[in-house]
Design a protein around this ligand. Structure first.
Ligand code: NAP
Length: 542
């Protein structure tokens, strides 16, 4: 039916650092889409002006002419000169494909396109449908272009058309003489974007494809464009605090600084975190900072995965070049189905938080267990400190399983308490622990070395909640709250008041990420950098 060569799952090249250092001219650019209501507003926007004037040429600015109340060809010429035409993308979108000028005629829009071509704007965007309607008149305008490149575009804000339709649109765009074909579609879930991914690997095309999947489920498409066989010359972004012109547009600075967009190329290893929700995950900030600190080629993305995570790992991830995945709520158990090989402890735990591409399949492991148990053991006095000691674990979810197995492996006797007793009983049976009731905790059993909270109680935004009242916290014990947002939970405040030593969830979070980083890249993680980035991100959230 169609020619398409999506790659198999491949491992990270262990020493592939600094593999691609493109020069300023061939590196992909970030195009900041204007959100302004007029040319005047755009011209007065210092952020856009500064971005366009960057000496490294990293940024383009898109003029969305259809949204400008003061639009005229003279104003367009003036703005092109002000921003430098070679840094400008000119778009006068048709109302049928999301343009804001309901009365825009094809002829008017073509006249603006002609002005942009004459002024040698870097790119002019015209819809495939418009181009087809205008026929030779449009051909004539673009036949005369000098440095300007024509983008033939298609937008569907509702869904992802089937592969054959996308293929036909790309063919049509190329036949019209476009230099770049742009296809923007709206997946409801990450799996919906499969036809778009297949189109990116189709082998019967000559021109670059800018394939954009809008919304959180399509975030990958905003970042990974330069990784596909016929890479698009730029990606779209929004200004700081701006709404953007399409759902899911990242902030331009994030693309350049966090995701190091200009360094992404066909061989760049991709890593990521899968979960739902995922937008607030700290893992992308932490892992990208670590990759940058070691000057490694690689990028780490948040993947919003709803539904079947194992299908994502098996079918979608290889096409995205993914070689390592962090796994978070709610996928830690179900993703195991994707694994060809499982670490024995992770198998016992019944939950994994890490997938690593190995030998053509996924190796699954759980770095939470050692991170939690190691942090707690260290705070308790170091190696052997848990041996023969009793520790109360609050919770019976994924984190509780990792913690319970982790401390058990270090010799602790585990007591369990959970809101839903049946879950605690199941975990107690699996790990070899004892279930305790709330009344028993209140009686302040002398045997306890410490308490580990693995419930989500006290986590942002319910920061006043605590899994134990002050009177239930064993005096003088070691209290570890795995929650890290906020770092100082109500439980830890109360514990301090009871003369307890306390430990927050930061060390565990950084440790589990550091071990993932080592498994992903084969290099020891820059732990201090990772911790600093997480602290900064948490401080920013307030
Ligand atoms: P999970 O599988 O959904 O388990 C949630 C646990 O919290 C269950 O035991 C649940 O009890 C309990 N819980 C939730 N709301 C409660 C409430 N109102 N009152 C009493 N108990 C309640 O989630 P998870 O993966 O185990 O993660 C739990 C927490 O661990 C996260 O919120 C996170 O803060 C922390 N964590 C930290 C790290 C780290 O690196 N520091 C890593 C992973 C997780 P039921 O069984 O009764 O529902």
């Amino acid at each position: 039916m169609y020619a398409c060569t999506a790659p198999p799952l491949s491992e990270s090249p262990r020493t592939s650092y600094n593999a691609r250092m493109p020069n300023a001219h061939d590196a992909p650019q970030v195009c900041i889409a204007s959100h302004h209501g007029s040319f005047a507003e755009l011209l007065a926007d210092a952020e856009f002006r500064a971005a366009a004037e960057r000496p490294d040429g990293a940024c383009l600015v898109e003029f969305r002419v259809d949204a400008f109340a003061d639009r005229s060809e003279a104003k367009l010429r003036e703005a092109l000169v002000a921003f430098t035409p070679q840094r400008c993308v000119v778009t006068y979108r048709s109302p049928e494909e999301g343009g804001r000028d309901a009365n825009a005629s094809d002829e008017t829009r073509l006249a603006f396109a002609k002005t942009a071509v004459q002024a040698q704007a870097a790119f002019v965007d015209l819809e495939v449908a418009t181009f087809a309607r205008l026929g030779d008149r449009a051909r004539g305008v673009f036949a005369d272009r000098k440095s300007t490149r024509l983008i033939a575009s298609f937008h569907d804000f509702e869904a992802v058309p089937v592969y054959d339709r996308l293929h036909a649109l790309r063919k049509q765009g190329e036949a019209l003489g476009a230099d770049v074909v742009k296809i923007a579609v709206q997946p409801k879930a990450i799996h919906d974007a499969s036809p778009l991914l297949d189109l990116l690997y189709a082998t019967d095309f000559a021109k670059p494809l800018m394939a954009l999947a809008m919304g959180e489920a399509g975030f990958w498409s905003r970042v990974l464009g330069p990784r596909f066989p016929q890479p698009a010359p730029f990606t779209f972004a929004r200004g700081e605090g701006a709404p953007g012109t399409a759902p899911g547009q990242p902030i331009w600075r994030e693309l350049l600084e966090l995701y190091r967009f200009r360094r992404i190329g066909p061989a760049t290893p991709v890593y990521g975190v899968i979960g739902s929700p995922i937008a607030h995950s700290l893992s992308p900030a932490m892992h990208n900072a670590a990759l940058a600190a070691l000057n490694l080629d690689g990028v780490f993305l948040p993947f919003r995965v709803d539904g079947e995570p194992a299908a994502f790992a098996r079918e979608i991830a290889p096409k995205l070049g993914v070689r390592g995945l962090s796994v978070t709520i709610p996928h830690k158990e179900t993703v195991i189905a994707a694994a060809a090989e499982i670490d024995p402890l992770a198998r016992q735990i019944g939950a994994v938080n890490t997938l690593v591409a190995r030998g053509g399949g996924w190796f699954a492991t759980n770095t939470d267990a050692h991170a939690a148990a190691g942090s707690f053991e260290e705070a308790a006095g170091g190696e052997g400190a848990l041996n023969g000691k009793t520790v109360l674990v609050l919770g019976a979810g994924g984190a509780a399983r990792a913690v319970a197995f982790g401390i058990k492996a270090r010799g602790a006797e585990v007591w369990l308490h959970n809101r839903t007793e049946s879950r605690a009983e199941k975990l107690a049976q699996d790990v070899g622990a004892r279930c305790v009731k709330r009344e028993e905790i209140s009686r302040q059993p002398k045997a306890l070395l410490g308490v580990i909270n693995t419930t989500s109680v006290g986590m942002h935004p319910n920061v006043d909640a605590t899994p134990l009242a002050a009177s239930e916290i064993p005096q003088g014990s070691l209290v570890f709250d795995t929650v890290y947002n906020p770092l100082r939970t109500r439980l830890l405040e109360l514990a301090e008041g009871r003369g307890c030593r306390t430990l927050n969830g930061l060390k565990m979070f950084v440790r589990q990420g550091a071990e993932q980083f080592r498994l992903f890249t084969g290099r020891p993680a820059p732990v201090e950098v990772m911790e600093q980035v997480v602290l900064q991100a948490l401080a920013k959230r307030g």
